[in-house]
Design a protein around this ligand. Sequence first.
Ligand code: FES
Ligand code: FE2
Length: 356
Amino acid sequence: MNIPVKNLPDDKGDNKCQARFARGWHCLGLSRDYGEEPVSLDYFGSKLVAYRGADWQVHILDAYCPHMGADLSEGEVVEGQLVCPFHHWEWGTDGKCSHIPYAKNIPAKAEIKSWPTLEKNGLLYIWHDPEGNQPIAEQEIPEQAEYYDDEWSDWYMEKIRIHNNNRELIDNMADVGHFGPVHDAQALTFKNIVHKHTFTQVMEGDPEIMENADSMLSRATYFGPAVMTTEMQIQLTGGFLLESRLLVSHVPVSENCFDLRFGLLFKRLDGVSRDLTDYIMMKHAKSTTQGFMDDVHIWHNKIRIDHPILCDGDGPIHILRKWHQQFYVDVADVPTSWDEEKEYVVNIHKQVKPQS
Ligand code: FES
Ligand SMILES: [Fe+2]
């Protein structure tokens, strides 16, 4: 699909998107997709290479070899060292050159950036910090217990490239007004909770408007700028309780482009055959993915409004954007106001569908 890139408005307000990428953990998909074979990654306005070293951990380095610029993701891993395809300089997982096959001395400057990584919940994460500091311990991605529980399925995962600034995606957390028009799932109750590096949305769906369901409860939390997990419960008409966990995470390619990863875990249904469970889960995965693609279509075609005109039925979008801004400034400049937990409850006005 050829999707035009929109020009962002040239607005100088607090909410303006800046040419800086957020500090924090970003998800790079399923951990099992990374092995000894180097994987090329076009993220954070740069090219990176990911591979498993001799310790079988995933390591990520800047991909362009500082010798004469070859792409290390086209090299190979030999005994844990990443070998450049151009002159066979070898690089350790710490980013230091470990061997040059035709030289006695290794230049002191022969070092490339090594990025902090984390493997957890069956997923690979990378830490990005424009100041170059190590990960903040408090912001580590929490363990997703369901991933390690046999009563739950493995990840169902999709990757979608979106041509817009990644902060468009974040607005969703406070945008209660779009659930009816875009997802046919109007909220009955809706609130946001803001605390430090977390932003949570708690929503109860209106059963009157939901198809094949009697109730829907969801609690979605961003841990840092780019990784969100949702606990979702849907009581289906007819007695089944569908429990799922959603992952919505993004990683910027450039200022106006990002990869979005959308993952699902399902709880297996009691007293139902494996085949029927799989069928119900796949159906649910498809409808959840479709719902998500409805958002994606809007993001592909919208522009960012830095100072939106909001009404009393909208959620706290300005608060959400200010919260997200903390990941785009130096650590020393992060306001202490986020240390105190605050709750924002939206008064829901029932939406009336326009006549078609
Ligand atoms: S460019 Fe990598 S070894 Fe020469
Ligand atoms: Fe949405």
